[in-house]
Design a protein around this ligand. Structure first.
Ligand code: NOJ
Ligand code: MG
Length: 544
């Protein structure tokens, strides 16, 4: 057993603690049949690239049968592959090939809601006496035929849709084409166990569970309270505190049941998509850490890019973790603006250095490694339902979902056909092929960071210790053993900054800088000057 697989206490670490997860948004990764939409065989073709980059685990956004009202997050058959992505054989091939390369493959499980075209829902809506009526959340109208309560859809407007055929409303936290399942019903729970078993029996390595904190709602369906400054009757989700429609105590029993199913299959990972403040998020590790292995930590996605604030959050998160709960960090996903657009390209390198040197599993979003930016999509080309729902609010998620930029050929090597979303017009400069050959590129920088993290026990398994310094800077140490420690110093601003830690004396050598011309073996100590957007990984030779 390699020492790098043990943490400081001697515990053997599972693959999802030491490894790096990469999110593939299948529609946009690689098209193999030239219909303009990425697919499973396309991903197979690009596995060599992911291996070269140093990825340990691929998370696939949904590839299941779907009417695509929410691009696959509306599933009509949990055990079928949508023809746009390929066939079950294509999936088996991808799983096999990924495993051949020593990579794990995890799937997106969407248990909170189905498509309104799912046979379960078609049956449920057919009559009040349907045996599946109670699989979904049906309610009588309120006074004057109003919705049963004030709960709103994340995508805007009431979360209740009236169904004239049976005279009741059904609840949908997202689109009306995505009715929420009733997770208090044991038959629903069993149906989802069967789905999980289907994929686990094939050999998948775990699940990322969509909107885990939404799965159970208040049994009395009480109205959500207004946020301070919120407007009564508003149709904006954020005007209310979703205290009764999300994050109910009973959700933890469901998560625990999912986890125990996974445990019965061996080393399988359970990841939860959860947007909650740190103190609530950590509850999803579950009692005795028998909940999610990795409740996704989105702090870096949602916070202002400010050194003092982020340092405080890292410390808060480290402090809030339950004993034995493993941390994780996320910089980008298919629902958020890309990091290079949020903080600028030079600072995106600092962000990458942060992500890949913090304690906890990093999740990368496809394209961040080449510095892809949000692509401006003309109004007439918006396809994301969240964008179409709020045309004037720039809520569309399309800009962060555009096709991967592989090379300088037409459509950047993504497809021979016009892609489903337009490709960034700078693809002839920003693409994998060019960056592979450029030692100063973002891609080569990412690859070095990933390599370092994998090679150095201090970086993937060491403890985290904050170092207090100038307010422009985040600084911390990662320590594994005596004599095996790194100092990370990150300037979160484009202005020069001075790192002058009080009561901390150190010497060390630079292992990596975000600035290509400053990377190279140099000895440093004490107080140092950083250029704007500079981050350094320093291997310590002495400190006290
Ligand atoms: C979260 C997913 O990440 C998002 O893309 C989707 O729209 C909602 N869940 C609804 O499934
Ligand atoms: Mg295709």
């Amino acid at each position: 057993m390699n020492t790098s697989e043990r943490d400081k206490s001697g515990k053997i670490q599972p693959w999802w603690e030491t490894g790096i997860i990469y999110q593939v948004y299948p529609r946009s990764f690689q098209d193999s049949d030239d219909d303009g939409v990425g697919d499973l065989r396309g991903i197979v073709r690009r596995l060599d690239y992911l291996e070269w980059l140093g990825i340990d685990c691929i998370w696939l956004s949904p590839v299941f049968t779907s009417p695509m009202a929410d691009f696959g997050y509306d599933i009509s058959d949990y055990c079928g592959i949508d023809p746009v992505f390929g066939t079950e054989e294509d999936f088996d091939l991808l799983l096999h090939e990924a495993h051949q390369k020593g990579m794990k493959l995890i799937l997106d499980l969407v248990p909170n809601h189905t498509s309104d075209q799912h046979p379960w829902f078609l049956e449920s809506r057919s009559s009040r006496n349907s045996p599946k009526r109670d699989w979904y959340l049906w309610q009588d109208p309120g006074p004057d035929n109003s919705p049963p309560n004030n709960w709103l859809s994340v995508f805007g407007g009431t979360a209740w849709e009236f169904d004239p055929a049976t005279g009741q409303y059904y609840y949908h936290a997202f689109l009306k084409e995505q009715p929420d399942l009733n997770w208090r019903n044991p038959e629903v729970q069993q149906a989802m166990v069967d789905v999980m078993k289907f994929w686990l029996d094939k050999g998948v390595d775990g699940f990322r569970v969509d909107v885990m904190w939404h799965m159970i709602k208040d049994s009395m369906l009480r109205n959500n309270p207004l946020q301070p400054g919120g407007h009564t009757g508003s149709s904006f989700y954020d005007d209310y505190f979703p205290v009764y429609s999300t994050d109910q105590p009973e959700v933890h029993d469901i998560v625990r049941a999912m986890r125990s199913l996974l445990d019965s299959y061996g080393q399988k990972v359970l990841i939860g998509e959860i947007y909650l403040p740190v103190n609530k998020l950590v509850a999803y590790y579950g009692k005795d850490n028998k909940g999610a292995h990795l409740p996704f930590n989105f702090q870096l996605l949602t916070m202002q890019w400010d050194a003092e604030k982020i340092s405080a959050v890292i410390n808060e998160y480290e402090g809030a973790l339950p004993a034995g709960g493993w941390p994780n960090w996320v910089l980008g996903n298919h629902d958020q603006s890309r990091i290079a657009s949020r903080v600028g390209l030079p600072q995106a390198r600092v962000a990458a250095m942060l992500l890949l040197t913090l304690r906890g599993t990093p999740t990368l979003y496809y394209g961040e490694e080449i510095g892809m930016t949000d692509v401006s999509i003309p109004r007439a080309e918006i396809v994301d339902p969240q964008g179409l729902g709020f045309p004037d609010l720039y809520k569309s998620r399309d800009p962060a979902r555009t096709p991967m930029q592989w090379n300088t050929s037409p459509n950047s090597g993504f497809s021979q056909h016009r892609p489903w979303l337009r490709i960034a017009n700078n693809f002839d400069e920003v693409n994998v092929e060019l960056q592979k050959n450029d030692p100063a590129s973002m891609l080569r920088f990412y690859r070095r960071l990933i390599g370092l993290r994998k090679q150095e026990p201090a970086l993937h398994s060491g403890i985290y210790r904050p170092v207090y310094t100038d307010p422009q800077i985040i600084a911390y140490m990662r320590e594994y053993d005596e004599g095996d420690s790194f100092l990370i110093v990150l300037n979160l601003t484009p202005r020069p900054a001075r790192f002058r830690p009080s009561h901390f004396h150190w010497t060390g050598r630079v292992w990596l800088s975000t600035l290509p011309r400053k990377t190279g073996d140099r000895e440093l100590s004490g107080s140092i000057e950083l250029a704007g957007d500079e981050g350094l990984i320093i291997r310590l030779s002495g400190n006290d």
